[in-house]
Design a binder for this molecule. Structure first.
Ligand code: HEC
Ligand code: HEC
Length: 262
């Protein structure tokens, strides 16, 4: 009897040791894999991104600095992003959240129209992931905060219909989008001249009649923009203040203003 208890304890202990050994090996391995990812990400960053985003990730790379000295910020409308603040515009996550991995992967592959941020389709997906791991080392937000759930867009059939465009126009007025974007959507609203972004720079609201959407012009992209807001720009999130249906009417009106409505 006694002996079998001792034996059982021995087995439990042995099992415990094995689990412990396996867990620490796994941890060490994933830690090493992460470090290797950051290390190779740094190389990609130095090759492709440092010229704009800078050695310290503060947006003060050579082009970033020239851009400022020339005060030509308005040709691009924005300076290369300072990653040390950890604020991102084109997320599929609610306002105030960090972006999802897919958001960053998409931005790096597609670039950002009207901003000078080029597309980097030539960088392989695994290298894009590595450079993301490296960018994350610039801001403590990435270790301090949990990730948020992403928002999905399910486009109703009626988006783009004449009735929906009319409803969208009313929402545009009711929600005072014109204060920034102008009464005709030309980016010249009464507040337009005084807007500054979170990085302290002047920022222009979108001109619907001549612009290309930075996030991309599919109805789903436009919907996500109203829903998540563009953090750091003053462009708010309407997730709480507008019903889903009204956000889709706004999509109809936006695309109409851009000459893409049906
Ligand atoms: C020629 C300059 C230039 C280069 C090169 C460049 N960027 Fe950018 N990047 C920008 C500018 C300008 C912005 C700001 C765009 C805006 O806010 O509309 C930006 C913004 C970003 C953002 C923020 C997106 C968001 O949702 O807020 C990420 C992430 C990013 N760049 C990653 C990269 C990576 C990774 C590389 C290299 C593979 C790179 N960039 C190379 C100019 C550049
Ligand atoms: C406080 C000012 C402000 C208000 C109010 C505002 N926006 Fe914006 N919006 C901006 C700024 C600034 C930008 C440009 C951000 C950038 O280029 O980085 C922008 C960008 C956009 C874009 C372009 C996104 C892209 O992918 O390029 C759309 C679409 C948009 N706003 C729609 C709206 C609608 C519709 C409303 C009202 C429901 C609204 N905005 C209210 C300031 C505002």
């Amino acid at each position: 009897m006694e002996e079998s208890i001792i034996k059982r304890r021995g087995v439990v202990l042995l099992f415990g040791f094995i689990v412990l050994a396996l867990t620490s090996a796994a941890l060490m391995f994933s830690g090493n894999a992460y470090a290797a990812d950051v290390e190779s990400g740094k190389k990609i960053y130095q090759k492709y991104c440092v010229i704009c985003h800078g050695d310290k990730g503060d947006g003060k790379g050579l082009i970033g600095v020239i851009h400022r000295v020339e005060k030509s910020g308005l040709t691009w409308g924005v300076y290369p992003r300072d990653f040390t603040v950890g604020v991102f515009k084109f997320r599929s996550t609610p306002t105030g959240c960090l972006p999802a991995e897919e958001d960053l992967l998409r931005i790096i592959a597609n670039g950002i129209p009207r901003s000078g941020m080029p597309s980097h389709e030539d960088i392989s997906p695994s290298d894009r992931k590595a450079v993301i791991s490296y960018i994350k080392t610039f801001s403590p937000r990435w270790v301090e905060e949990d990730s948020c759930d992403t928002i999905t867009a399910k486009k109703p059939q009626w988006v783009g219909s004449e009735e929906s465009v009319m409803k969208g126009e009313k929402v545009f007025k009711d929600m005072k989008c014109f204060e920034c974007h102008g009464y005709q959507g030309e980016g010249d609203g009464p507040k337009a001249g005084e807007l500054k972004d979170d990085w302290g720079d002047k920022i222009l609201p979108f001109n619907f009649t001549s612009g290309t959407l930075k996030r991309g012009s599919s109805p789903e992209n436009v919907y996500i923009t109203f829903t998540t807001g563009l953090d750091g720009t003053g462009m708010p999130s309407y997730e709480d203040s507008l019903k889903e249906e009204d956000r889709w009417h706004l999509v109809s009106y936006t695309l109409k203003l851009m000459g893409q409505g049906k």
